[in-house]
Design a protein around this ligand. Structure first.
Ligand SMILES: Nc1nc2c(c(=O)[nH]1)N[C@@H](CN(C=O)c1ccc(C(=O)N[C@@H](CCC(=O)O)C(=O)O)cc1)CN2
Length: 299
């Protein structure tokens, strides 16, 4: 029996995008310009092209200015670094995002390190990772911040809850753990070397799965009533030859039978990524222009 509440990330993301859009006109009046987001795509990765197009559309729909830069897959690291430096110096640009993954000849760390931390709306720069670790205001990576918003929307106060984050990437696992710790959860970060992973997960009130392995987390790993956030987006062969379908890192049907609430894939965490990007860009625009963002404007 499927007993879990299905957490509708698509609906929550639509609400957040509407709140961001509603706050833009007041910023335009106060600053005399729109918030600006620059997105850089290197190469022709099909999924990245879709995400960058969606970011442009969402930015324009929110009333912000979108600066899209596309470089060929053959672009040198130096060309990309020069572009990032130009965006750092451009006053119309509040947020800079370099779409990942980058072609293998480009050093991702070097590119991220070149972005001005105060325009780093992806929250990937070590300065922002450090700010998050010590509880200072900065920019938090969009996917984990989106997960936290969904958790707080369902559970309210997270204090004292046992949370397990499966995966320790710099982009999701580590910032997710820092965010949950800041909410006074007791946090365990599990990974490929964790022993008795199923038992570790069974103790959790909150499970965040971010490993990138299709349906790895089984239903009998989930504690009755737990809240399950599935960050995985894995394309696997579909029922018909030549077709594919998306699945998460959690075996959805099994887990939904025991969980209290669970995010679906698609339609769970994924749509939050772009909504939080707009939220971070709005925050960056206010900070850079020295304009106060009204309390509670974007939740
Ligand atoms: N610089 C960055 N690069 C990448 C990031 C990022 O946050 N910053 N995240 C991902 C890709 N991504 C945004 O860039 C992203 C991934 C997924 C979705 C989404 O809405 N997914 C849908 C399903 C989409 C589909 O059908 O394929 C869902 O889960 O419902 C949005 C954005 C890597 N790169």
């Amino acid at each position: 029996m499927n007993g879990a509440e299905i957490i509708d990330g698509k609906a929550y993301a639509a609400g957040l995008r509407a709140r961001v859009a509603a706050a833009v006109p007041a910023f335009r009046v106060a600053a005399g310009r729109a918030p600006g987001l620059a997105v850089v795509l290197v190469g022709e990765d099909p999924a990245s092209q879709v995400y960058v197009r969606s970011k442009h559309k969402a930015t324009v729909e929110a009333g912000m200015e979108s600066f899209e830069h596309r470089l060929p897959a053959t672009a040198s690291e130096m060309e990309l670094l020069d572009l990032v430096e130009r965006l750092n110096a451009d006053d119309r640009v509040d947020g800079i995002l370099v779409q990942l993954p980058l072609p293998s000849h480009i050093d991702e760390k070097r590119v991220i390190a070149t972005i001005d931390p105060d325009k780093d709306v992806d929250g990937f720069h070590v300065v922002n990772a450090g700010r998050l670790a010590v509880g200072e205001a900065g920019y938090v990576p969009c996917t984990p911040l989106g997960c936290l918003m969904l958790l707080k929307d369902r559970l309210g106060d997270l204090s004292g809850l046992a949370a397990v984050v499966i995966g320790r990437s710099n982009i999701v696992g580590k910032p997710m753990a820092a965010l949950l710790l800041a909410e006074n959860c007791t946090v365990t970060v599990a990974h490929s070397r964790t022993r008795d992973l199923a038992d570790v997960v069974r103790r959790a009130d909150i499970v965040v799965a971010a490993v990138g392995r299709p349906e790895m987390v089984k239903g009998d790993w989930i504690r009755h009533g737990a809240t399950v956030i599935d960050v995985g987006i894995n394309r696997v062969p579909g029922a018909e030859p030549g077709k594919t379908r998306l699945v998460g890192d959690v075996a959805f049907a099994e887990a939904a039978a025991v969980a209290g609430a669970i995010t679906p894939v698609p339609g769970g965490v994924g749509p939050m990524t772009i909504a939080v990007l707009l939220r971070n860009t709005l925050v960056a625009a206010h900070r850079r222009a020295g304009v106060a963002l009204p309390e509670g404007a974007i939740g």
